[in-house]
Design a binder for this molecule. Structure first.
Ligand SMILES: *Cc1c(COP(=O)(O)O)cnc(C)c1O
Length: 332
């Protein structure tokens, strides 16, 4: 599968710019941001790059509908619904849990974008992805299955290509970048960046901040990243194979659990919003940004480093967490 074969869904290159007030505050470092929150597809985010490859693959295989799953506030599901709308495919989303009374944030957008929504705990027996797949097939459609977070060797090609885009921006701006820091969760973004780094000879270190702690019975995130990266590498006919030495994953910030908002996330949200006027999302990017700030406080990066925080989006979710955020705000 060539890297040049994808369905154009987003607006690229996304902006890369310096954070001057934050760089003044953390004056050992020169801090930048890469704005994948501005990538398009119903309010932006990192799933656009993956969907450009997944949607192309669905069309190449003659499919007429997309099926995927995630949390009720999944950014991936929202962007899949938008991609389906834009390309005239149907969209089926299996969301975790029961249907809530209130539809807000990403869930509201899923509805507006016309997705068919199923809930895992609608019945006594948990509804599975395979059952949704069979149901959709029985209705006469030809569904294409997209994994959690769009994270497989095909989706991750979007982040392989992002490194070419990033290198070009560095060249145009005559910049060197020492580190990329970002939120890593289902592994596709991380794996794609690693393959892109190898393919395009990028010297920048790629530092993922783990968002969801590893669970018993599931392969650890670092192994998932290596697996996706190796499959993508062979898909692209590259020699390069990856092992655990290639993966930098900071695991110290995910202990509260996925989607649990604490003071750590609120402080990070407030910091970037009040220093730079940029809004993070509470689940992924605020947690990653909190980790990034902590690593700077601990002098994890050599003095004088150029560091880019890669904003992976998630903006609509902030409205779902409004009351929790405000409660935390007044607790201080
Ligand atoms: C999905 C998502 C991530 C994590 O990307 P993965 O490729 O799943 O690791 C990070 N940030 C946001 C906002 C996301 O929606």
């Amino acid at each position: 599968m060539p890297i040049s074969r994808y369905y154009k869904l987003g607006f690229f290159p996304t902006p890369l710019h310096r954070l001057s007030r934050l760089s003044e505050r953390y004056n050992d470092y020169n801090i930048f941001i890469k704005r994948d929150d501005q990538s398009g597809l119903a309010m932006g985010g990192n799933k656009v790059r993956k969907l450009e490859y997944l949607v192309q693959d669905a069309i190449d295989k003659g499919c007429d509908s997309l099926i995927t799953y995630g949390a009720a506030q999944s950014n991936h599901c929202r962007q899949t619904a938008a991609a389906a709308a834009q390309t005239g495919l149907k969209c089926h989303l299996l969301l975790h849990g029961v249907q809530p009374d209130e539809h807000n944030g990403n869930l509201l957008l899923d509805k507006i974008l016309g997705a068919n929504i199923y809930w895992t705990e609608e019945n006594v027996e948990e509804l599975t992805l395979q059952e949704v797949f069979e149901m959709v097939k029985q209705s006469g459609q030809k569904p294409y299955m997209i994994p959690l977070g769009g994270s497989n060797e095909i989706g991750c090609l979007g982040y392989v290509r992002s490194i070419l885009e990033f290198k070009q921006q560095l060249f145009d701006e005559m910049l060197d970048m020492d580190y990329i820091v970002f939120a890593s969760c289902s592994g596709g973004t991380h794996a794609g960046m690693l393959v892109g780094k190898a393919l395009y000879n990028l010297s920048t270190e790629i530092v993922g901040i783990s968002i969801a702690k590893d669970e018993v019975g599931r392969s650890p995130l670092s192994l998932q990243i290596i697996d996706i990266a190796n499959k993508a590498s062979s898909l692209l006919n590259l020699e390069k194979r990856f092992n655990s030495n290639d993966v930098i994953l900071e695991g110290g910030y995910d202990s509260a659990g996925y989607g649990v908002i604490t003071k750590q996330e609120l402080d990070a949200l407030n910091l970037l919003a009040q220093q730079e006027g940029i809004v993070l999302d509470p689940v992924y990017t605020a947690r990653a940004f909190a980790g990034f700030v902590d690593l700077m406080d601990k002098k994890r990066f050599p003095k004088g480093s150029n560091i880019v925080f890669w904003h992976t989006g998630g903006t609509p979710a902030i409205f779902h967490y409004a009351s929790q955020l405000i409660k935390l705000h007044y607790l201080r």
